[in-house]
Design a protein around this ligand. Sequence first.
Ligand code: UTP
Length: 291
Amino acid sequence: MAQRVRKAVLPVAGLGTRFLPATKAMAKEMLTVVDRPLIQYAVEECLAAGIEEFVFVTGRNKGAIEDHFDSAYELEDTLVRRKKTAELKQTEDSTIKAGNAIFTRQQKPLGLGHAVWCARHWIGREPFAVLLPDELTIDKPSCIGQLVAAHDKTGGNVVAVMNVPREQTKSYGIAAVKPEKDGLQEITGMVEKPKPEEAPSTLALIGRYVLTPEVFDHLDKHETGAGGEIQLTDGMAKMIGQQPFHALTYRGQRYDCGNRLGFLEANIAVALHRADTAVDTRALLSRLLKG
Ligand code: UTP
């Protein structure tokens, strides 16, 4: 039986240049989809999967993330006095249990692989999850929950993939795989941001991973790859053939909130999906489209 996944790394130290000027003084991960920041969706996804310990890898301008998961005493006190019970619950629900979150800094945005490496001392030698919070996935069981369940069976590394149009391979890590067996595909190769004509497949990594701590040993070397950055894909690729490495095709909804159109789509889709906002959003959209 594989060791249980208890911890998640949430890398949030990127510059978010595609969202300037919004990200000039604020973290991209604090952008809200309907009424909660992206980072909260990622934390809730983990909690639903039984993961309760978090390592946030932050950078400058990210202080609001730490405050978001803290209790907000003055606000909560005011809500109690005003008998705003529902609002109080919303506020309390976004708090992470005392002692269950660590905030460490990646001083320079040297790449996703480097950001994950910055979490190494807090993870230790056990399997762990990585979630990129600007990728929003909505499904039950959650995307990371599906990976954790697969890892329970196979051990080793398990990453979520989705088919993308071939012209988009240059925006993703792409996996080469063997045919599917029991819902999983064994990974035989992995390359970061290949040109469409060079991509080994159209299976893109979508920012959800369960990894073994050996990845830190490879990231330790600080080798740079695509775009001059220390790439997580390159660190992961070194483990192929050394230990089990599988891809799970995610079939739920996924929105790339790192770009403006994907973020807009996520807001509309989530509002249409949620019972408390669906009817009004539908009416709003049809009014706007008529106008
Ligand atoms: P992105 O590739 O979306 O980069 O990072 P970015 O800097 O956030 O955004 P753009 O491209 O400039 O608009 C994917 C994830 O990896 C984290 C980001 O915070 C995001 O969650 N990341 C990336 C780091 O933590 N450190 C890095 O050095 C790079």
